[in-house]
Design a protein around this ligand. Structure first.
Ligand code: DX5
Ligand code: ZN
Length: 219
């Protein structure tokens, strides 16, 4: 069964604690923290995500899935390690491979799972050499930088190719699809091989979170 990682990017600030509580009781598997530095992507959510992870850690034990859309990976890894997230995902495009490998090592040394994320225009084959060193590959199904976008259809093929490669090489790598996931697109990315779905807008805007999460998880 797929896991659901709820993106908190578009959660409204007022009564955010109530929203996080409602999400926790809806059956989600992770809270997805979208950290944007205003440099790697245009938007800056650094302060908002700092506030949100503090609130979430006070009220919930649901594992945290941190998605760093940042240039200075080291600065943000340092900041988020003390929150003991389940996983931290860094972007393939943020730095050269040797630096990425150093960050991968550092995150693992802190007993945190490591994800590598690829933007829609990055060929999935480019990240293959890093897969033996990571726990997850996050395939961006929208251009990183904001919520509420439409899934880019060509990214489905990337998930399929990634799944084939992971199976051919017997790698133990989660495949996370992130961006524009709703009931229609969830079926496509699951079929392609994603086992963790990041859902933001499509979940936050529904009346009944529990129902939506159950629908998204249906085989
Ligand atoms: C976009 C973020 C995604 C996004 C998902 O840069 O990485 O996690 O917030 O939100 P929706 O589901 O609204 O596309
Ligand atoms: Zn994300």
């Amino acid at each position: 069964m797929v896991e659901i990682s709820a993106s908190v990017l578009n959660v409204e600030k007022e009564n955010s604690a109530q929203t996080f509580y409602n999400l926790e009781t809806s059956g989600i598997d992770y809270f997805h923290i979208d950290v944007m530095d205003g440099d790697f992507v245009e938007q800056n959510t650094v302060t908002k995500m700092m506030e949100y992870i503090n609130i979430i850690k006070q009220i919930s034990n649901i594992p945290i899935d941190v998605h760093l859309m940042v240039k200075d990976i080291d600065e943000f890894v340092e900041y988020y390690i003390p929150f003991e997230p389940n996983r931290i995902t860094i972007h393939y495009e943020a730095d050269k491979q040797e630096t990425l490998l150093e960050q991968i090592k550092k995150i693992k040394e802190n007993k945190i799972k490591i994800g590598i994320s690829v933007k829609p225009n990055t060929k999935i084959e480019e990240v293959f050499p890093l897969l033996p060193f990571v726990h997850m590959c996050l395939v961006m199904t929208v251009e990183p930088g904001k919520g509420g976008q439409e899934l880019i259809p060509s990214t489905i093929e990337k998930i399929k190719r990634l799944k084939e490669y992971v199976e051919e090489n017997q790698l133990d790598v989660d495949i996370e699809a992130d961006g524009g996931i709703n009931l229609q697109t969830a079926a496509q990315v699951k079929k392609a091989g994603a086992n963790i779905l990041v859902v933001g807008t499509a979940l936050i805007q529904t009346e009944n979170y529990k129902e939506m999460v159950a629908e998204l998880k249906k085989e």
